[in-house]
Design a binder for this molecule. Structure first.
Ligand code: PLP
Length: 357
C-alpha cells in the first residue's frame, strides 16, 4: 500500500480543547467546520463529545452529518441558514443558528417554526463581511425578541485581525461591540483561536476555538500559548526511491532545483494531490527518520523530493514527516506562503488513521 497517511492524535485534540477552555475561562464551542479542518468532523466530535460544550460548523449539511452520526451536543451554524426552508431542519434537529443579516430575520418572522429557536445574533463590529450593522443591532435584537420564536439569544461578533498582536483593531472591534449592545444582558461570544490565545481581556461567555484545537498557531510569531498546543495531525510517508546526483544535475519538474554539490536525494510518496502545498519551495522543512532536512525542487502530484545528503542512515523506506509534532504545519504553511488552516483543509486522498480515542 502507498505509505502516505495522516495520523490524527485525538488525545492531543482533547488537550488543546481543555487548554482553550481553561485559558478562556468560558464555555467553548469546538469549531469543526470543513470536516474539522481536514481532521474528520465525526471522529473529532466523537472524541470531544463528553467534554465539549458544543460544536460549530458552517452549514446545515455539516450539522446533519454530525447528528446522523449520533452527536447530540449543541451544534451552531456559523452562517445560519442559506434558505428559509432550512429552518424546518434546524428545528427538527435542535440546531443553534447564527443570524447575520436582516433577510434571515425576516425569514424567521415569516416562518412558523413550531419550536423556539436558539439564535446567535451576529454584529458586524468592523470585519465588514457579514453581521448586523452596530447602529441597527438593538433594533434587530428587539425584532427577534418580538417574534416570540426564540428560546435564547447570544450576542456575537467576529474579529478580523486578532492574529495580529500589535494591531489596535481588535480593541476597536470590542469597543464597537460593547457600545452597540449596551443594556442587552444576554451572553456574548467574541473570541476565535487568536483571541483566546492572545487577547485575554476580551469578554466572552462563549469562545469559538478552531485552529488551536488542531494544535496549530494562528500567529506568525512566537506566542506563549502556542507553545502549549499539541499538534494533532501528522502527515507522513516514506522514501520510495533514492538517487545519487552529481553537482549540476536538476531535480524534478522544471529543473527547479539543481544539485549544488554531489547529493543524495530521496523521493517521497506525497504530492499536491494529497494536499501537500505545491507552492512549498526548496528548503521547506521535513523530518526524515527523526532528523531535520529539507524539500528539494518542485512538488509534483504524487511525489516530492527531499535531501538525504546529510541524513546518515536514511534511505529506501525511511519515514518522512511532512508536518506533525516535529515539523510544525504552521512552518510549512509559512514556507508555502499560506496558513495552516488551508493546508489542513486541503488534505485529501491520504487515509486518516486515528489514535488516542
Ligand atoms: C471559523 C470560525 C471560527 C474559528 O476560527 P479559528 O481562527 O480557527 O479559531 C470562529 N468563529 C467564526 C464565526 C468562524 O467562522
Amino acid at each position: 500500500m502507498r505509505p502516505a497517511r495522516a495520523l490524527i492524535d485525538l488525545s492531543a485534540l482533547r488537550h488543546n480543547y481543555q487548554l482553550a477552555r481553561e485559558i478562556a475561562g468560558a464555555r467553548a464551542l469546538a469549531v469543526i467546520k470543513a470536516d474539522a479542518y481536514g481532521h474528520g468532523a465525526v471522529r473529532v466530535a466523537q472524541a470531544l463529545e463528553t467534554e465539549a460544550d458544543g460544536f460549530a460548523v458552517a452549514c446545515i449539511e455539516e450539522a446533519l452529518e454530525l447528528r446522523q452520526a449520533g452527536i447530540g451536543a449543541p451544534i451552531l451554524l456559523l452562517e445560519g441558514f442559506f434558505e428559509a426552508e432550512e429552518l424546518a431542519l434546524i428545528v427538527e434537529h435542535d440546531i443553534w443558528c447564527v443570524v447575520h443579516s436582516s433577510w434571515q430575520l425576516e425569514a424567521i418572522e415569516k416562518t412558523n417554526v413550531g419550536k423556539p429557536l436558539h439564535i446567535w445574533l451576529k454584529m458586524d463590529s468592523g470585519m465588514h463581511r457579514v453581521g448586523i450593522h452596530p447602529g441597527e443591532y438593538q433594533a434587530a435584537y428587539q425584532r427577534l425578541l418580538a417574534t416570540g420564536k426564540t428560546a435564547k439569544i447570544v450576542l456575537m461578533t467576529h474579529f478580523a485581525r486578532a492574529d495580529e498582536l500589535g494591531s489596535v483593531r481588535t480593541d476597536e472591534q470590542v469597543a464597537i461591540f460593547e457600545s452597540a449592545r449596551e443594556g442587552l444582558t444576554a451572553q456574548v461570544s467574541l473570541r476565535n483561536s487568536p483571541a483566546v490565545m492572545g487577547w485575554p481581556n476580551v469578554p466572552s461567555d462563549w469562545v469559538r476555538p478552531g485552529i488551536m484545537l488542531y494544535g496549530a498557531t494562528p500567529f506568525d510569531q512566537p506566542q506563549s500559548v502556542a507553545d502549549r498546543l499539541q499538534p494533532v495531525m501528522t502527515l507522513e510517508s516514506k522514501v520510495i526511491c533514492v538517487r545519487e546526483l552529481p553537482a549540476g544535475e536538476p531535480v524534478g519538474y522544471g529543473g527547479a532545483f539543481v544539485a549544488d554539490r554531489n547529493m543524495r536525494i530521496g523521493v517521497v510518496a506525497m504530492g499536491y494531490a494529497d494536499g501537500y502545498p505545491r507552492q512549498a519551495p526548496t528548503g521547506t522543512p521535513v523530518m526524515i527518520d527523526g532528523q531535520r532536512s529539507q524539500l528539494l525542487g518542485r512538488v509534483s502530484m504524487d511525489m516530492l523530493c527531499v535531501d538525504l545528503t546529510n541524513v546518515p542512515g536514511a534511505g529506501l523506506g525511511s519515514r518522512v514527516e511532512l508536518w506533525g509534532k516535529n515539523v510544525l504545519a504552521s512552518d510549512v504553511a509559512a514556507s508555502a506562503g499560506t496558513i495552516p488552516y488551508q493546508i489542513f483543509c486541503n488534505l485529501k486522498r491520504v487515509p486518516r488513521l486515528y489514535s488516542g480515542a
